[in-house]
Ligand binder design. Structure first.
Ligand code: C2O
Length: 565
């Protein structure tokens, strides 16, 4: 530009600027993103052994799905394996598109071997990190991956733009075939084997007792730069702590909702939850251990192995440079968890308000927990069952969404109890022989109803934390506490200003959590414990939300290629 006279230079700059603005305006439109998910078997080596696992496109974890807010996403899922498959876009609201939600026999028949299905949905009013996973039996153990929803083009994050973004998927690894693990447990009526390791982006890490996983995941950073970690707990059955030696995190988003930023050294993420944090690489050099370890504050067996990875500074030459170790939190560190949970608040800014329902049309109390039923063929002559309000949910063979849409009788009943049918000291030792009712019961809601659900843990077998996930909605966690919810005194403790908004909530062990949402999404929406073992046992139920009056309050018709059972 040196030879160009000043006025011309100015004109060129103006033109450049104008074309840039024009380009931005043109590309600010939402686009359609096409993905192809080939479900195939693939041999992978972990923990000194090689075994074939189900994967998407041969990857473990699977491919990251990128979209911007408002984009239309088309994912063609082709089933090349011998198992039935479905994929769920966990946390994507699926407004009016329940056909693409994915839970088998709730919204669709499975995609059978040799067939395919095109999932078609639009990402509306959400930005952040979510996950996709198989939603049939225990296939999500290996069939899962990240969903990254970027803000609309030109819309900044409500926090400093990070230098780089890194997806971190946490998981569990079994040496055995997970389908065999759960099938055996279901036959015997007892708890399944726990996993053999926790993984970080597919690897148990450098401290695992196996040479083949020597390296593990490496997070490369440069001194002085800030990174955004998009962390996902894709494990089947374990709440997970996440720490990095010598570093703190600033939490900025959970479950694709911005939060008030806060600093913490330890994260707690339940299965199905996601957490975005900013990490400033404020050390000069070195290698720092990252640890992923279980949280369990009840007498329930979990995989106690710590998954590891390394944070590696760019100017640290050798991969054998001294590693700064870290002690993971004690497995039963309830106080660390409650402190973390208490710190979570919706951002509730002008651009991102927390629209908490202030009145309640349907006030529900659901006990959630594990019970025991008689079972002649089982090992102890009893069977462990999951229950919500003493109902053990039975999966239908016709998907509930189809039955609802086509008015097919005999598939479900809409008599799910609004409150516990038996009152007892829920978090005390409880009645030991409270046999559960079985049924495919749903709770029906009119369009746009405002709903409060108090999720009350029970101690029938043992109190235990339950990560309860609701499909089709985000909810606000307006309150929580230990012991039994008290309808007289507990509501006065509610936060209706800036409670955290999310799609999965860890109900505290021997305690309760109160959530609120507006039923502004017609369709059939699964709610269940995201500990897969509890879902298998029946800790699940369904909300049916009727259509509203306007066309845009109505479920869209089913796609032509919807799988048949
Ligand atoms: Cu991520 Cu119904 O689940």
């Amino acid at each position: 530009m040196a030879a160009v006279p000043g006025s011309l230079r100015c004109l060129v700059r103006l033109l450049l600027m104008a074309s840039f603005v024009l380009l931005q305006a043109l590309s600010a439109h939402a686009i359609t993103r096409h993905y192809k998910f080939n479900v195939i078997m693939r041999n992978v080596t972990r923990l000194c052994s090689t075994k074939p696992i189900l994967t998407v496109n041969g990857k473990f974890p699977g491919p990251t799905l990128y979209a911007r807010e408002d984009d239309n996403v088309l994912v063609k899922v082709v089933n090349h394996v011998t198992h039935n498959v479905t994929i769920h876009w966990h946390g994507v609201r699926q407004i009016r598109t329940g056909w693409s939600d994915g839970p088998a026999y709730i919204t669709q028949c499975p995609i059978q071997p040799g067939t395919s299905f095109l999932y078609n949905f639009t990402v509306t009013g959400q930005r952040g990190t979510l996950l996709w996973h198989a939603h049939i039996n225990w296939l999500r153990a290996t069939v899962h991956g990240a969903i990254v929803i970027l803000p609309k083009l030109g819309v900044p994050y409500p926090f400093p733009t990070p230098h780089k973004e890194v997806v971190v998927v946490l998981g569990e690894w079994w040496k055995a075939d997970t389908e065999v693990v759960i099938n055996q447990a279901m036959q015997q009526g007892v708890g399944p084997n726990v996993s053999d390791s926790h993984t970080i982006n597919g690897h148990p890490g450098p401290l695992s007792d196996c040479a083949s996983s020597q390296d593990g995941f490496k997070l490369n950073v440069e001194n002085g730069k800030t990174y955004m970690l998009r962390i996902i707990n894709a494990a089947l059955n374990d709440d997970l702590f996440f720490k990095i030696a010598g570093h703190k995190f600033t939490v900025v988003e959970v479950d694709a909702v911005y939060t008030k930023p806060f600093k913490t050294a330890t994260l707690l993420i339940t299965p199905g939850q996601t957490t975005n944090v900013l990490l400033t690489a404020d050390r000069t050099a070195g290698r720092y251990l990252l640890s992923v370890s279980p949280f369990m504050d009840a007498p329930v067996q979990v995989d106690n192995k710590t998954g590891t990875a390394t944070l590696h500074y760019a100017n640290t030459i050798s991969a054998t440079a001294p590693l700064t170790l870290i002690k993971p939190p004690p497995q039963n560190a309830t106080t660390i968890v409650s402190k973390f949970v208490e710190s979570l608040r919706s951002l509730n800014s002008e651009e991102y308000p927390a629209n908490v329902p202030l009145t309640v049309d349907h006030s529900l109390v659901f006990t959630v927990g594990v019970g025991v039923n008689p079972c002649a063929k089982c090992i102890n002559a009893t069977r462990l069952v999951g229950t919500i309000n003493n109902v053990t949910f039975i999966m239908p063979s016709t998907p509930i969404l189809q039955a609802h849409y086509y008015n097919i009788p005999g598939v479900f009943t809409d008599d799910f109890p609004a409150t516990p049918p038996h009152k007892f000291n829920y978090t005390g030792s409880g009645p030991k022989n409270l046999q559960t009712m079985k049924g495919t019961r749903v709770y029906r809601l009119p369009y746009n109803a405002s709903v409060q659900v108090v999720l009350q843990d029970t101690g029938i077998i043992s109190p235990e934390s339950h990560p309860i996930h609701l499909h089709g909605f985000n909810f606000f966690v307006v309150g929580n506490g230990v012991g039994n919810y008290n309808p007289k005194t507990s509501p006065s403790t509610f936060n209706l200003i800036d409670p955290i908004e999310r799609n999965t909530i860890g109900v505290p062990t021997g305690g309760w959590a109160a959530i609120r949402f507006r039923a502004d999404n017609p369709g059939v929406w699964f709610m269940h414990c995201h500990f897969e073992v509890h879902t298998s046992w029946g800790l699940k139920m369904v909300f049916v939300v009727d259509n509203g009056k306007r066309p845009d309050e109505t479920l869209i018709p089913p796609p032509k290629d919807l799988p048949q059972c």
